[in-house]
Design a protein around this ligand. Sequence first.
Ligand code: ATP
Ligand code: MG
Ligand code: FE
Length: 340
Amino acid sequence: ALILAIETSCDETSAAVIRGGKEILSNVVSSQIDVHVRFGGVVPEIASRKHVETITLIMEQAVKESGCALKDLTAIAVTQGPGLVGALLVGIVAAKSLSLALDIPLIGTHHIAGHIYANELVHQLEYPCMALVVSGGHTELVLLESEGEFRVVGRTRDDAVGEAYDKVARALQLPYPGGPHIDRLAAEAQNVIELPRAWLEADSYDFSFSGLKSAVLAVINQTRMKGLELDEAALARGFQESVIDVLVAKALRAVKQFGAKQLLLCGGVAANRGLRAALTSRCGEEGVKLLIPPGSLCTDNAAMIGAAAHLKLKRGQFTELDMKADPALPLEQWSLSKNE
Ligand code: ATP
Ligand code: MG
Ligand code: FE
C-alpha cells in the first residue's frame, strides 16, 4: 500500500510517500523558520499563508521523488490535529481535493500519534511500550498496550518542554527556535547554575516546567540588577539538567510500573543531545530497550504521519470527506479501538 501523507500543523510544510507503513519513498520538508525567526516565534497567520504558497509544490515534489505515479496511491493521509487551525486547514483542503480527484480514501491523522510512530519507520515496536513525547506543544508519557492504542499516563500541567526551551532561549536573546541553542550552550558549559526540579506528587507522571522557567528568569534578572556578568552556558546547563533529570526519572519509573518492553523517545526535543545521552545511559544501566528515531524524523515531517495513518489503513478505518481540522484533537480518541 502506498500512502501520500501531508503535514501542515505548525511551521513545516511536508509531504511524503510511504510504502507498507515502513518504507520512506520520499519525505519533503519545507521549514518556515526563516520567516518566523524575526518575530521570535510562529505567527499563525503567516504560517497559513506560507503553507498555501508551498503545499502544491511540496506534494508534487514528494510524488516525483518517490518514483510513483498519482494513480498508484492507495490513500491520502493528513494531520487533522492538534495544531494551528489555519495551518491544519491548508493540508486538509489539499488532502480532501486529492482524495476526491483520485477517488481514494482519506485518513485524518493525529500529529502526536505521528511523532510516536516515527519510531516504526526505523525500528520494530514491541507492546506494551511507553512513549516519552517531548515537543514544542506536548510533554507526555503515553502507554501503548497494543498497536495504535494510546493511553496518556502523564502530561505537563503548564509549559511543554520545547516551549520552556524556547522561552528560556528568548530570555537569553537567542534566536527562535531556541532548543538547539540551549543544547549547544549546555554542552559547552564549564560550570552549572543549580536550579530546582519539579517532581510533583511522589506517584505522579505529570510534569511542570513553568516554575523552572521562572527560576531561570529570576537568575537572569538578579544577575543584571547586580551588574554582574551572566554565565549563560552555566545557566543553560542548569536548566537542561533539571529538565533531563525529571524526564528520565519519570520515564523509567513509568516503564517499570506498566511493564513496558521498550521506551520510545519522540518529538522535536528528542533531538536534544543531553537528553539522548542521559536516556541512553540510564536505559543501558537498567536494561531498558530505548528507541530513538533519527533527528530528521523527530521534528515535524509527513513520513511520521504516513506511518501512523498506515495503522488505520490496515484496518480499513477511513475518514469522511467532511472531516474538520481539530486543533485540540485528543490522542486517546484517535486509538484504533475507538473507531470500530
Ligand atoms: P507539537 O508536536 O507538540 O505539536 P511542534 O510540532 O511545534 O509541537 P516539534 O516540531 O515536534 O514541535 O518540536 C519543536 C520543538 O523542539 C521546539 O520547541 C524546539 O526548540 C525543540 N527542539 C529542537 N531541537 C532541540 C534540541 N536540540 N534541544 C532542545 N529542544 C529542541
Ligand atoms: Mg516546527
Ligand atoms: Fe510536532
